[in-house]
Design a protein around this ligand. Structure first.
Ligand code: CU
Length: 330
């Protein structure tokens, strides 16, 4: 019998090293009906949001750092209406408020497991906690009862992590949070425009140099993945959402730290001929766009902490390095 992980590969779901997939067909069907067209939402509070003017910007990259197979190119001019975006990713304490108000159970809770990074599991508890690993990416462990409030499984908690991005949230979970907050997920174009912070065609939200004057400006992996994390940036797991200086638009930890869900379905080439005014991505797909990279990204295999980088995951997937932030219309 095929393992569930082998089934993802058989279904042709993108499966990059740093974000494993859960992939349940019935969840995919439900997500498809929820996400086909442009939505406009403007009821939520604008506290801790930044209003961006929109207008035209150059999206994507044609540089050698870009992954052409991901569809990072070609560079194209995209026009956006003004919108508000959260200055920070949604934190654990904000997610607590949402769950208290609604009683919402995340997909990881209902499913009874999630993906935990091997380096966060105490070696002496590995055999007890790890039910399976992902073939070809065995640093991803299936851990029972791991979820947003117990990120490393039973006995773990978020008490000292109230200002960290909420993790183990699927795209479907993120959508429920947005609905409650009177907001929505950013489109990929909105996310990238915001992440660029007003700079044109730079690799990172602050410029082209990863560590200007030796300073770390985002939380990614230093050392040898996946065995040695030197944590030279100060963190070997998600950092508080305000751990690094903001970009030119006042947005914090927009790259590195945790991947951020976008509204759009992922396709490697759809955008080449699609509309360039308020684009929302393909009408259908099997995986949702994620942007920004995470604390597990390293240039030796995945320098997707660049603003033009993109990856994807099925809308029911969740890991210790996926989070989101919200936008709302003006
Ligand atoms: Cu990565």
């Amino acid at each position: 019998m095929k393992s569930e992980f082998e089934l993802f590969a058989a279904a042709g779901v993108p499966h990059p090293c740093c974000v494993p997939s859960k992939f349940r067909l019935e969840k995919l069907t439900a997500s498809r009906s929820a996400s086909a067209a442009r939505i406009r939402v403007s009821s939520g509070s604008t506290d801790n949001m930044v209003k961006l003017d929109g207008g035209s910007f150059l999206m994507g990259t044609d540089t050698k750092e870009g992954f052409q197979r991901d569809g990072e190119g070609p560079v194209r001019e995209v026009a956006l209406d003004p919108f508000y975006i959260d200055a920070y990713p949604v934190t654990n304490s904000q997610f607590v408020e949402f769950v208290k108000a609604t009683g919402y159970q995340t997909e990881s809770e209902r499913l009874g497991w999630s993906f935990v990074f091997q380096g966060h599991i105490p070696p002496e508890r590995y055999d007890e906690l790890v039910e399976a690993t992902v073939p070809g990416a065995n640093w991803w462990c299936k851990v029972g009862n791991a979820d947003w409030s117990r990120p490393e499984g039973p006995d773990s908690n978020i008490e000292s992590r109230t200002s960290h991005p909420v993790v183990h949230v699927s795209w479907n979970d993120a959508l429920e949070y947005c609905r409650w907050a009177g907001k929505r997920l950013p489109t990929e174009a909105e996310w990238e425009y915001a992440a660029r912070g007003g700079l044109e065609q730079k690799l990172y939200p602050w410029g082209d140099e990863l560590t200007p004057d030796g300073r770390h400006l985002c939380n990614i992996w230093q050392g040898e993945f996946p065995v040695l994390d030197l944590a030279e940036d100060g963190y070997s797991a998600p950092a508080p959402v305000d751990a690094f200086p903001p970009n030119g638009y006042g947005l914090y930890t927009i790259t590195g730290n945790a991947w951020e869900w976008c509204q759009d379905w992922f396709h490697p080439t759809y955008h080449v001929s699609a509309t360039r005014t308020n684009p929302v991505g393909p009408l259908d797909g099997s995986a949702k766009v994620m942007k920004g990279g995470s604390y597990l990204c390293h240039k030796s295999y995945c320098n997707r902490y660049r603003v033009a980088a993109r990856t994807s995951n099925t809308p029911d997937s969740a890991t210790t390095n996926i989070s989101f932030r919200c936008v709302r219309d003006v």
